[in-house]
Design a protein around this ligand. Structure first.
Ligand code: WQD
Length: 343
């Protein structure tokens, strides 16, 4: 079975490629390396002993994508390739709407042209906005997205749903909560080309000394310790959910042509609990200060995972400590070998 993974050299994409290869799928990665490195392909080979095909293709370039599909008849596609920095999306909304929506529209137009089936869309808990009640389930009404990034995920789900209604093929949108951590080999992990904004790498870069300290954005929220609550989920748990979702489509187990699943642990942790989990699991004291709230942050969000547990037969198994430990292992390896990362 041949699976196309767009954005497959990225953070979640690379971890998903590893799990797909480990389970005997043939994988083709297309990625324009706008926020990742070709080196990741070699590291995937090192971990799995298998070689995915890799092509440097921009999914926004329809002509290149069409050439690709005219040669490679894929059995399923997992579409990760997108820009994902919430803050950047506020500063550059058109860049996000163009990239995240045009790439999806290109893929779906060519899917229809070539008569392909089985499409997985990488969505996000940011589609919920600030819900009145937690945990959020897939039927929780969506609030207006807090950022253009979150809006591209809301619109992306609607584009997929409407395309499926117009031409019966099958698709699943997976709503990630807060992916964090790294593969146990410490060969792949979160490795953006630019300075990271999200909590995981900010913590590990502070711990290793790449940054003096970091700011906790707000401790005056209506939460037990005043800091925001999120559902941090190990990136390998996210990856295994994609394998289960591909299998569900390929083996025609889906109940409806378009399905939606939350990918979370079902447990919310505050920023302070995440910091404590890192300090306890590594023995390293972090340097941080409390600052003003970050625009666009929701106060709390965590997942109701019942549907993914029962229908996908999938459950997150890794703890917050394992997340922090694996993130720390990756940071140390990356810093040790940072002069060796090429491509
Ligand atoms: C988590 C918490 C911050 C940095 C976004 C997207 C989501 C996903 C992950 C792509 C918040 C606090 C952070 C720092 C801090 N994107 N924080 N100091 O914003 O919940 O989720 O990124 O997959 O779709 O919405 O993640 O890690 O940026 O923030 O206090 O230096 O950590 O305020 O409460 P977020 P995050």
């Amino acid at each position: 079975m041949k699976v196309l993974v767009t954005g497959g050299t990225g953070y979640i994409g690379s971890h998903t490629v590893v799990e797909l290869l480990n389970r005997g799928f043939e994988v083709i990665i297309i990625d324009n390396l706008s926020n990742s490195r070709e080196e990741v392909v070699h590291r995937i080979e090192k971990i799995t002993g298998k070689s995915p095909l890799y092509f440097n293709i921009d999914v926004c370039n329809k002509a290149d994508l069409k050439k690709f599909f005219s040669v490679y008849k894929v059995d399923a596609t997992i579409h990760f390739a997108a820009f994902k920095a919430v803050g950047e999306s506020v500063e550059k909304p058109l860049l996000y709407y163009r990239n995240n929506l045009l790439s999806l529209i290109n893929l779906l137009e060519l899917y229809a042209e070539f008569g392909f089936d089985n499409f997985l869309f990488s969505s996000s808990c940011s589609v919920y906005g600030q819900s009145d009640a937690q945990p959020v389930s897939e039927s929780t009404p969506l609030k207006p997205a807090e950022s253009p990034y979150g809006n591209t995920k809301q619109i992306g789900e609607e584009i997929l749903r409407d395309s499926i209604l117009a031409r019966p093929f099958r698709g699943i949108a997976l709503r990630y909560f807060n992916p964090a951590g790294a593969h146990s080999s410490a060969l792949i992990g979160e490795y953006p080309l630019h300075a990271p904004n999200n909590l995981g790498p900010v913590i590990t870069q502070t711990a290793i000394g790449k940054r003096e300290s970091f700011t906790v954005f707000g401790n005056d929220y209506n939460t037990p310790d005043g800091t925001c609550i999120r559902d941090y989920i190990h990136v390998v748990d996210i990856a295994t959910a994609h394998v289960d979702a591909v299998n569900r489509l390929i083996h025609k187990k889906n109940k409806k042509p378009f399905e939606l699943y939350n990918l979370g642990t079902g447990r919310g942790y505050s920023v302070m609990e995440a910091i404590t989990a890192f300090e306890n699991s590594t023995g390293i004291k972090l340097k941080y200060n409390f600052g003003p709230r970050r625009p666009g942050d929701v106060e709390k969000v965590w997942a109701d995972t019942a549907r993914a547990n029962s229908e996908l037969g999938w459950k997150a198994t890794r703890s917050l400590e394992e997340i922090m430990n694996s993130a720390w292992g990756w940071e140390k390896q990356m810093t040790r070998n940072s002069n060796k990362i090429t491509g």
